[in-house]
Design a protein around this ligand. Structure first.
Ligand code: VGL
Ligand code: ZN
Length: 240
């Protein structure tokens, strides 16, 4: 029978309304609205790490539109640039008989060797052409010392030399760092881990990163980050 009694109709209508409204209400409740002491750190979104660059990260270009969408939600944005000298110590070409992705023992520890990449002043080292973050407030360059690499935006590979970013964020009263960019398992992970160690809260927005994944490095990076209390979130968690 197709007729509804008034009470049944009301119940059905109420249930339908709750079903229609609840998912939006729930997600609105759980979304993060970036606050005055939050900062978006855009790591190495440079041509060298995009398809066609010297050290391309698979699908590295896919994150640029996501970062462009996220950035306006953050009042505070910092950008990093991998910024190497010619013949930098992290390049395989600087070590005779060595090939990219092999390792070498350096005074500060084991260094993965890379193709020549992100050389200062070259178009390869420029920020991705499609990146649109006019309100970013500082660009931190790293890896510019001939004999020391720096994956981290905070602390170079000798684990002693500071880039200045800790002081900058602290002086500005920023407390909570959201990390995006390239590559998840190197510069993003090292930056997020060092942000935690420096006393900031840190989260990686996973779909706004891509990894190199050399020899299981991506799984290890996530294990290290999760173990250290770095948050792992998706861009859909940020209220735009
Ligand atoms: C990076 C390898 C070498 C990075 C930089 O940005 O993740 N990876 N230099
Ligand atoms: Zn590099």
């Amino acid at each position: 029978m197709a007729t509804l009694r008034r009470r049944d109709f009301l119940t059905t209508a109420a249930a339908a309304t709750i079903l229609a409204v609840a998912p939006r209400w729930v997600s609105a409740q759980t979304r993060i609205k970036p606050a005055d002491d939050d900062v978006l750190a855009v790591i190495d979104a440079q041509n060298c790490f995009l398809p066609g660059g010297t050290l391309p990260v698979p699908e590295g270009d896919k994150i640029i539109p996501i970062i462009n969408r996220l950035a306006p939600a953050f009042r505070n944005v910092v950008i990093t640039q991998d910024w190497h000298t010619k013949s930098h110590i992290s390049f395989a070409s600087s070590h005779s008989g060595k090939k990219p992705f092999e390792t070498v023992a350096l005074p500060y520890g084991t260094q993965v060797l890379w193709p020549d990449h992100c050389i200062q002043g070259t178009p390869d080292a420029d920020l991705a052409k499609e990146l649109r973050i006019a309100h970013a407030q500082i660009v931190i360059r790293k890896g510019y010392r001939q004999h020391v690499d720096s994956y981290s935006a905070f602390l170079e590979a000798d684990r002693k030399t500071m880039t200045g970013l800790t002081g900058y964020l602290k002086e500005r009263g920023l407390k909570n760092v959201y990390v995006v960019g390239l590559a998840t398992d190197f510069c993003v992970a090292w930056s997020a881990l060092d942000a935690k160690r420096a006393g900031f809260k840190a989260s990686v927005i996973e779909d706004a990163t891509r990894g190199i994944d050399a020899g299981g490095s991506l799984g290890k990076a996530w294990a290290d980050m999760t173990g250290a209390g770095v948050g792992r979130i998706q861009s859909s968690a940020i209220a735009l």
